[in-house]
Design a protein around this ligand. Structure first.
Ligand code: GLN
Length: 191
């Protein structure tokens, strides 16, 4: 299994070490020629505007978007969720636009810039979620499953082959979400 990790900016190394500890082959996607065939894709946290612009400049946005639309399993975290969203309430950009949700960037304001919240993520209970200048999801289309909430806001969704999380599972020292992603790919849960 070959998992691509977008590596133009942000917290890609942390995802890589979790996936490697679970025995997955990873490839850092720094340029278009790195993409090749993939069984899964990680979109890490970081700065969505910087990542989105680099994706465009490096001609990676369209090929990855096509792969996502064709069913490539994606785990997107924080800025990655913003890249997937088809609407951003406080930003005029959209990037991949493959996930039918409305997100708000930097949604918690200054006082709650970074925080932890323990809660359930789908069938995974008591996951320690790390939020860093995080977005939340203001609304979702009908066929999007909400898999996590924190302080009454939606912070995790699943839609077909796409999982979008507002927090950073790679910083939790708990690999259950990455393990779930790999298991779901292996058992064709996303197809
Ligand atoms: N604030 C960032 C953005 O809007 C996301 C933060 C993160 O990925 N930790 O892109």
């Amino acid at each position: 299994m070959r998992i691509g990790i977008l590596a133009v900016q942000g917290a890609f190394e942390e995802h890589r070490s979790v996936l490697q500890s679970l025995g997955a082959d990873t490839i850092l996607l720094r340029q278009k020629s790195d993409i090749g065939t993939l069984d899964g894709l990680i979109l890490p946290g970081g700065e969505s505007t910087v990542q989105g612009k680099l994706l465009k400049d490096l001609h990676m946005l369209d090929p990855l978007k096509e792969m996502i639309n064709n069913g490539l399993p994606v785990l997107a975290t924080c800025a990655g969720l913003i890249l997937l969203a088809d609407k951003i309430s406080n930003d005029e950009n959209t990037w991949f636009g493959t996930l039918p949700v409305l997100v708000k960037r930097n949604a918690y304001g200054r006082q709650l810039g970074s925080f932890y919240y323990k809660g359930d993520v789908g069938d995974i209970s008591d996951f320690n979620m790390t939020f860093i200048r995080a977005p939340y999801i203001e609304s979702v289309s009908n066929n999007v499953d909400v898999i996590a909430t924190a302080y009454d806001h939606i912070v995790g969704v699943r839609y077909k082959n796409q999982i979008g999380l507002a927090f950073h599972p790679e910083l939790a020292e708990d690999n259950r979400i990455h393990q779930y992603f790999l298991d779901a790919i292996n058992s064709y849960l996303f197809t």
